[in-house]
Ligand binder design. Structure first.
Ligand code: SF4
Ligand code: SF4
Length: 446
């Protein structure tokens, strides 16, 4: 067993030692209920979690609980002992998988999931970004020299205008920063989820160590999954030489500097945040940032914010529930007389990107609002054009230009897989036909 795996064992054992077995974590778990597990079995399920941690084989009820987990962190928030139950459950799930199937199966699953993600991200980023910007993001972390490292992760590069917005905001703050991301700097989530720990150590664990080798004193994360993984599976395993936190928390710590740079002539709008709990103080930070924007009224709407820490990912196991959450929010926004849904993360942005085609509202990411309030931003959201349907001329022309600049070809086969990737996600929108038709024509030309 590696030193890293040993340390995970210690973290889980420490949680088990502090646990009183009260069952409150299981009682509040939204996905345990969603998967049909009875709340009356709370103490039994926690007893099974304790037993697994101390070396027993995983019991059936426990496995169902672990497999349902989507990382909402409601368990951690409910624990009277302040145990990081989500972290414990994450480690336990990995242990249960290790105990019940050969590692090669998990390694194959993880490799396939990673390959699929990396292909889609590479293609979408190459369709939407100039080569110079893409190369700047993909360059190796350890070669960076700035004091602040903005780490994008992989999947936000499907909606790269968000990355450009954050870069604009950090520029407006006159900060010396580098930006780093892409699949070569993956947080290793697939490998950890599939219990392929040796490969995880060569990917996610190594990415974290590469941040340290860059000499940066501060690493700003974007992706909620990377933030959660690095917080729970790296920072707690070995304290890093740098400070780590989500970019929204960093921005709110610079709120006075941002406010002094906001332009007064902002559009009047009534906005609702599509909320998620579970990743530090991101929701509170984004709300504080939005409230400071001139002309913007933040409308608070009751919503199902505790079901998952972000859209997609592990929450996509419950497509009907996700779809119901999205529909209810869009309808609630319209009924409340608000005009804009603000997304927190990139996967949520993808989920809502097509809603403008179905409801009388706008969908923007919070970084769009902040960058524009600073007189910057305004980067085209091509992904939203894909999802909305309608005329694709602008999106196709941009893709043709950027693909050539990046030396990437759009083959008919990869387009088919990309179309499925974009439109099979739980999301609002109506654009599959329009996207497939327009981009098939582009693929034939290349
Ligand atoms: S993180 Fe959320 S889904 Fe996972 S066990 Fe805890 S409450 Fe349940
Ligand atoms: S809520 Fe905390 S103390 Fe209670 S069973 Fe869960 S982990 Fe143990």
């Amino acid at each position: 067993m590696s030193a890293y795996a040993d340390r995970l064992e210690v973290l889980a054992a420490e949680a088990a030692d502090r646990c009183t077995g009260c069952g409150k974590c299981f009682e509040v778990c939204p996905t345990a209920r969603e998967s049909g597990l009875d709340v009356a079995g709370a103490k039994d399920r926690v007893g099974e979690l304790l037993a697994l941690t101390r070396g027993a084989a995983p019991a059936g009820g426990l496995q169902k609980w672990l497999n349902a987990c989507d990382g909402s962190a409601r368990c951690s928030a409910a624990c009277p002992e302040e145990i990081n139950v989500r972290q414990w459950v994450t480690i336990a799930k990995m242990k249960a998988l290790e105990a019940t199937r050969p590692r090669t199966i998990g390694a194959t699953n993880a490799a396939n999931r990673f390959r699929h993600m990396a292909q889609a991200v590479r293609l979408l980023a190459s369709m939407q970004l100039p080569s110079e910007t893409l190369q700047r993001i993909l360059a190796p972390a350890e070669r960076r020299t700035a004091d602040v490292l903005f780490y994008t992760g992989c999947n936000v590069l499907r909606t790269p205008h968000i990355v450009l917005n954050v870069m604009d905001i950090l520029d407006a703050l006159e900060l010396d920063f580098d930006v780093v991301g892409g699949a070569a700097h993956c947080c290793g989530v697939y490998q950890f989820q599939e219990a392929d720990l040796p490969t995880y150590e060569r990917m996610g664990h190594r990415t974290f160590q590469r941040f340290g080798r860059s000499g940066a004193s501060k690493v700003l994360t974007w992706c909620p999954t990377c933030t959660k993984n690095f917080d729970e599976l790296e920072k707690d395993v070995e304290p890093p030489s740098f400070d780590l936190g989500h970019v929204s928390e960093f921005l709110v710590s610079n709120l006075d500097a941002l406010k002094s740079r906001f332009r007064p002539d902002q559009p009047r709008r009534r906005v609702v945040i599509h909320e998620h709990l579970g990743i530090g103080a991101t929701l509170q930070s984004i709300a504080a940032l939005l409230k400071a924007v001139p002309g913007l009224e933040l409308v608070e709407l009751p919503q199902d914010s505790g079901f998952s820490y972000a859209c997609g990912g592990q929450a996509a196991k419950f497509k009907d529930r996700e779809a119901a959450i999205h529909r209810a929010l869009a309808e609630g926004v319209v009924a409340a007389g608000a005009d804009t849904i603000v997304t927190m993360y990139h996967s949520c942005h993808r989920a809502f990107a097509g809603a403008e085609a179905l409801y009388p509202l706008r969908v923007v990411n919070f970084t769009d609002v902040i960058a524009e309030a600073l007189g910057r931003g305004g980067h085209p959201d091509y992904y939203q054009l894909y999802k909305k349907g309608g005329a694709m001329d602008e999106a196709v022309a941009a893709a043709a230009r950027f693909l050539q600049d990046n030396g990437v070809k759009l083959e008919p086969g990869s387009l088919q897989s990309l179309t499925a990737d974009i439109f099979n996600e739980t999301s609002l929108g109506a654009g599959r036909e329009a996207f497939a038709t327009a981009f098939t024509a582009l693929a034939r030309q290349s």
